[in-house]
Design a protein around this ligand. Structure first.
Ligand SMILES: [Zn+2]
Length: 247
């Protein structure tokens, strides 16, 4: 795991809850509330526990200012129910252009898809090949960091459903799915803070065995302990983050 020098020193999270189920489905509403609670952890202390182990080229560490500034509901599926990255960019771009979300170069824009929405990137399919991703693009004249995250509770999204707690039943374990959704949101947010330009950029990445990874990828589906990553400028602790709040 090495740093090529770039991190975000403050991060304002803007979440677009895409789809009607975020307000209509009580399981999804629970997931939304949990994710917002985690992003707004008191004084950012939970975020600082993990993110302060990362630093930029000058040695300046990531501070704790990761917070949810505001969220937006797109209940009408403005770009349809089968998304691509281009359509995901459009969702973010439209939210900024309309003034519903601010244009913020310290922003992290999270597009959270409800259970009725699918997405694909080339041959890779959401819920089969990935549960979320982060990257950046020039939108509305600034460099926008954004992520797409699945809710995970859809009928064909088994790979994205399980969180910290031992699951019971995919169809009924709303809390387990909420837990995993919140974890996925923080996964992508933390990766943007530590690697703002996405894979291939100038932040913290590991080239591993043929697969480039970002910090949270080391902790995918692992809960309970710090995970120590050797290499680069020393050791870096990173773990899935919500244990402290939920245990
Ligand atoms: Zn990741």
């Amino acid at each position: 795991m090495t740093s090529r020098g770039t991190v975000m020193h403050s991060a304002n999270v803007y979440t677009i809850y895409y789809g009607a189920n975020w307000s209509q489905d009580s399981s999804q509403t629970e997931a939304l509330i949990l994710a917002e609670d985690l992003l707004d952890a008191p004084d950012g202390e939970v975020h600082a526990t993990f993110l302060s182990t990362y630093y930029d080229a000058s040695g300046s560490v990531v501070p704790s200012q990761v917070r949810s500034v505001m969220s937006l509901a797109d209940t009408t599926y403005s770009q349809g129910k089968n998304l691509t990255d281009a359509l995901t960019q459009k969702i973010v771009s439209n939210a900024i252009q309309s003034g519903n979300l601010p244009k913020d170069s310290n922003g992290i824009y999270v597009v959270a898809l409800d259970k009725a929405v699918t997405s694909s990137s080339g041959t890779a399919k959401l819920c089969t090949d990935y549960c979320g991703y982060n990257t950046h693009a020039t939108l509305q004249g600034i460099d926008v960091k954004y992520a797409q995250v699945s809710y995970g509770g859809g009928p064909s999204c088994n790979a994205c459903q399980w969180g910290f707690r031992t699951p019971t039943n995919a169809a009924t374990d709303a809390f387990g799915i909420a837990d995993k959704f919140a974890s996925n949101v923080l996964h992508e947010v933390y990766e943007i803070v530590t690697d703002p330009d996405g894979l291939g950029g100038n932040g913290w990445e590991s080239s591993g065995t043929g697969v480039n990874t970002q910090p949270s990828d080391f902790c995918q589906n692992q809960f309970g302990n710090y995970y120590t990553i050797a290499g680069g400028g020393g050791t870096t602790a990173f773990a899935n983050t919500h244990l402290a709040l939920l245990s």
